[in-house]
Design a protein around this ligand. Structure first.
Ligand code: ATP
Length: 220
């Protein structure tokens, strides 16, 4: 069996602690680090290891064995300098995948330039998802892949029920590709062109934002 991924979370504000709790609940070993004693104490009740340390110190990161982790999440928002410093140190230590929470666009640009493998804008991303969910009746979840393309979870529009992707000519007419069909607890990955859509199916689709929104037109 493949070795389970090891995660370290540096900074335990709302975002960092949410990532730490979720990964722990998914069965992963998590090292959670914060300079604030109370935060560490709070999180230590839930995660495998919680340690109080300043993560802008190379010595501290070495003592924590940070270079042995597969993924390190830097979740420090307000202190931009500390976020940048921690990212540089962790990348220099050779951590393969470093994910960093960004405070704003400028901070995000800097993080990308210093080698962050993924930059996350939690408030912005959540805002986009909520807006799409509110504005349309069938979009359940929404993830922006690039400024142009998105991945969305949509309830099957009424006019698609009983039809197949081939009959509807979804890719040519609507510019969207169905990656998977969720039906109850089952998921049909990469459905065939003749797979029939059922009422209550949830589709995972990829396409341009405008095209995904146009699926709404297929609701009568
Ligand atoms: P959120 O929005 O996720 O609640 P935030 O963006 O407001 O958080 P902060 O509160 O600035 O982020 O930082 C998150 C955590 O990072 C705090 O608990 C803080 O104590 C911790 N932190 C800040 N600087 C350091 C540092 N140098 N070393 C370790 N932890 C730090």
């Amino acid at each position: 069996m493949a070795k389970k991924k090891q995660f370290a979370i540096l900074g335990l504000g709302r975002f960092g602690s949410s990532v730490a709790y979720t990964l722990t609940n998914m069965g992963y070993d998590v090292l959670a680090v914060d300079s604030n004693e109370e935060r560490v104490e709070e999180v230590s009740k839930e995660v495998t290891h919680a340690v109080q340390a300043n993560v802008t110190s190379e010595k501290n990161l070495q003592a924590l064995g940070i270079r042995n982790f597969d993924v390190v999440i830097v979740a420090i928002g307000e202190d931009i300098q500390a976020s940048i410093m921690a990212t540089i140190l962790v990348k220099d230590m050779g951590v393969e995948h470093v994910v960093v929470k960004s405070q704003d666009k400028m901070h995000g640009e800097v993080l990308k330039r210093i080698g962050a493998d993924r930059v996350i804008f939690p408030e912005w991303d959540m805002g986009c998802r909520v807006a799409h969910n509110l504005a349309t009746t069938n979009i359940l979840d929404y993830i922006e892949l690039s400024p142009e393309y998105s991945l969305a979870e949509v309830s099957v529009p009424t006019k698609m029920v009983g039809k197949t992707p081939q009959e509807l000519d979804l890719r040519a007419k609507y510019g969207v590709t169905v990656l998977a069909i969720k039906r109850g607890n089952d998921i049909n990955i990469s459905p065939k062109a003749n797979a029939q859509f059922h009422k209550s199916d949830v589709l995972i689709v990829v396409g341009k934002q405008g095209d995904i929104n146009r699926l709404e037109e297929l609701n009568s």
